[in-house]
Each structure stands twice: as structure tokens, then as C-alpha cells.
Design a protein around this ligand. Structure first.
Ligand code: UT7
Length: 331
């Protein structure tokens, strides 16, 4: 029986997991015509984690979810819903969330994936928060996870230097205290889908000759265009989340931006007028992990002792679609 008068949903546990294998900028110099200097200066990335061929996204997700549940002191049987922001699951169907449910033995949960590229975790958070505050569910696992290196074109230096694989998880619970999701907002603009996309494989059709020879399912991006939209949209989304929470930037202890490019983040932070030392970055270690980026950063910051109980965080993401999301969260 779910009690009435739930004011917020609240993150009670965090966890993450990444593949063991590192790919450094020096390694990439052996693969495409690039340099450590270019990648560092243009993106802020020094290394990223890469899944091995037989590694499974489900395994990272399960590990991240177990760590989050341990952190929250929650048992798998207590979980009502598993939501996973991802576009690169192990299977086309069923969803990644379904496999996680089975591995965790969270058999009282329903499970679904949300396809919203780099905004996937905030999209999942939005929906889990809505279900909890509506009284439909009580406890949810909210994950963001990607094996984007599976759909990376290793001959395209414009994109292959950017991405890494990871999973991040949060336990979200009903709460009527001070801590919690103070605002969460999402949006999309399908008119700009052509700037960042990955096609479905269509090699199954004997009628489409080029499908046998093309590398058509790889991720494609007009980096420069995406960059400009990312700065403008992340700024707008940040201001929206602040407004919904009835807060100003001075009320925020930490900005947790999607780790796409250090120059995008610096441009957004400057426009928001938040000091650099209040902007959490771990892009140098993991690259752009898409939907995993924000929960991985939150977990990293907590383990480093930077993110503390009582602090207020502004999280903001932007990705292909375009999609975007933002949230003000008190820990
Ligand atoms: O995750 C959510 C969405 N994604 C993003 O937000 C990513 C947004 N975009 C970006 O982060 C940046 O646009 C990139 C990092 C992808 C590229 O940086 P840029 O400063 O926009 O570079 P550019 O595309 O304008 O390219 C500048 C030059 C070009 O050479 P020319 O034409 O000036 O001779 C590129 O060919 O840099 C060249 N270049 C490279 N050089 C060495 C592109 N990639 C590389 C590379 N190594 N890996």
C-alpha cells in the first residue's frame, strides 16, 4: 500500500561500472590520423573504457545496479521498476532492462528501456520521478548505460576518439523530506535528427544491395553543428530546471553536465556564471559515455568525497535527436 502525501522522489543510492580495458589517446594515434594533443585540446579526453568483443552491457548494468542497491540498502525484491536509458543494448529485443531484472532477481519490477541518446538517464529519471510522485510505484532503479563503441566507426577520426562505454545507476525512492528531485524536465527536437544518428542495420534485405557492403549502422555526427546546439540547449535546459525548482544558480553547489566535450561544458558554465571549481568533470578518464555520463559522474564525485549529503546539484544533458534533460537534485 503506497501512502499519500509523497512530496518528492529521492536518490538513495548510486553505483557505476566500466569495462576494464582502457583506450588511451596514444592507442588511438595507432588507429586513425589523430594526436593526443588534438584530442586533449579539442575535447578534454585522455582515455576511455572500451568493452571487449564478448563483454555485455547487461553485466555492467547489473554491477552498477547492485552497487546502487547496496548503497541504498534496498533488496532486489523491493524494486518496482527498472528504467534504462540506452541506445546500445546487447539485443535489439528484449530490452536491456529485462535482462537486468532477471540477473538481479528483481521479479516484482517491470522493466523497460528508454531511447534518448545522451539524455537517456535524465529521461529515465523524469519518468521514474513522475511514477513515484503519482503514487504508482515506490522504488525504482534508474540506469544510463552504453556500449557506444559497438556502433563507432573506427575509420572516422571525427567520432571514434570521443566515446567510451559505461553504466551508471541510481535507486530512486518515495520521500517526503528535504532531499530529492526538486525539478526534472526533458525535451526534444526531431527536426535536427540528421545531425547525429545511427541507422538500424538493414543487411537482412536481399533487395538492398548496398546494405551488404555499407557501414551504414555506425554513428554519424556533424560535430560542429551539434556543438553549437549543445551549448545553447544545455544553457536553456539548465535555466528551465532552476526555474522549476524556484532556485538561482547561486543556490547550486555542483553542476553535473553531460560529459561530451570540455569546451561545451566551459561555454555553458560561463554563460550560467557558475565557477569552474563547482563544475564536476571526469571526461578525461571516460570520454563521452552518452546516457551513462551523468550517473557515472555523480557516483565518481560521491566516491571522491566531493558530492556530499545536503548539497544541491544541477544536472544537464544534451544528445542526438535532439534530446535534452535537466534536473535539480538535493542529495
Ligand atoms: O554527446 C552529445 C552530443 N555530442 C557532442 O556534443 C559533441 C559535439 N561536437 C564536438 O565535441 C566537436 O565538434 C568535436 C570534438 C567532434 C570536433 O571538434 P571541432 O573543434 O568542432 O573540430 P572540427 O570538426 O571543426 O574539425 C577541425 C579540424 C578539421 O580539420 P580541417 O578541416 O580544419 O583541416 C578536422 O578534420 O580538426 C580535424 N579533426 C581532427 N584532427 C585530428 C577532426 N577530428 C580529428 C581528430 N584528430 N580526431
Amino acid at each position: 500500500m503506497i501512502e499519500k502525501a509523497i512530496v518528492h522522489s529521492r536518490i538513495t543510492g548510486l553505483g557505476s561500472a566500466v569495462p576494464e580495458q582502457k583506450l588511451t589517446n596514444a592507442d588511438l594515434e595507432q588507429i586513425v590520423d589523430t594526436s593526443d594533443e588534438w584530442i586533449t585540446a579539442r575535447t578534454g579526453i585522455k582515455e576511455r573504457r572500451i568493452a571487449r568483443f564478448d563483454d555485455s552491457l547487461t553485466d555492467y548494468c547489473t554491477k552498477a545496479a547492485q552497487r546502487a542497491m547496496e548503497d541504498a540498502h534496498v533488496e532486489p525484491s523491493e524494486i518496482d521498476a527498472i528504467l534504462v536509458g540506452t541506445i546500445s543494448g546487447d539485443y535489439r529485443f528484449p530490452s536491456t532492462a529485462i535482462f537486468i531484472q532477471s540477473k538481479l532477481r528483481a521479479m516484482n519490477a517491470f522493466a523497460l528501456d528508454i531511447s534518448a541518446t545522451c539524455s537517456g538517464w535524465l529521461y529515465a529519471l523524469f519518468h521514474a520521478d513522475a511514477m513515484i510522485t503519482a503514487g504508482k510505484i515506490r522504488k525504482a532503479l534508474v540506469l544510463g548505460a552504453e556500449n557506444l563503441t559497438r556502433i563507432t566507426d573506427w575509420e572516422d577520426r571525427n567520432t571514434c576518439v570521443l566515446f567510451g562505454d559505461a553504466a551508471g545507476a541510481a535507486v530512486l525512492e518515495a520521500s517526503n523530506g528535504e532531499q530529492g528531485i526538486l525539478s526534472v524536465d526533458i525535451g526534444s527536437n526531431g527536426d535536427l535528427a540528421h545531425l547525429l544518428y545511427g541507422r538500424s542495420e538493414n543487411a537482412g534485405s536481399p533487395l538492398i544491395e548496398e546494405s551488404f557492403h555499407s557501414r551504414g549502422n555506425f554513428l554519424r555526427m556533424s560535430g560542429n553543428e551539434v556543438f553549437k546546439h549543445a551549448v545553447r540547449t544545455m544553457l536553456r535546459a539548465s535555466l528551465k530546471a532552476l526555474k522549476l525548482a524556484d532556485m538561482k544558480i547561486d543556490d547550486i553547489d555542483w553542476l553535473f553536465p553531460h560529459q561530451a566535450n570540455i569546451r561545451i561544458v566551459e561555454a555553458v558554465a560561463k554563460r550560467l556564471r557558475i565557477p569552474r571549481e563547482q563544475v564536476f568533470m571526469n571526461i578525461h578518464k571516460y570520454g563521452n559515455t552518452s546516457a551513462a555520463s551523468i550517473p557515472l559522474a555523480l557516483d565518481d564525485a560521491r566516491r571522491e568525497g566531493k558530492l556530499k549529503s545536503g548539497q544541491t546539484v544541477l544536472a544537464v544533458a544534451f544528445g542526438g535527436g535532439f534530446t535534452w534533460g535537466s534536473a535539480v537534485i538535493r542529495f
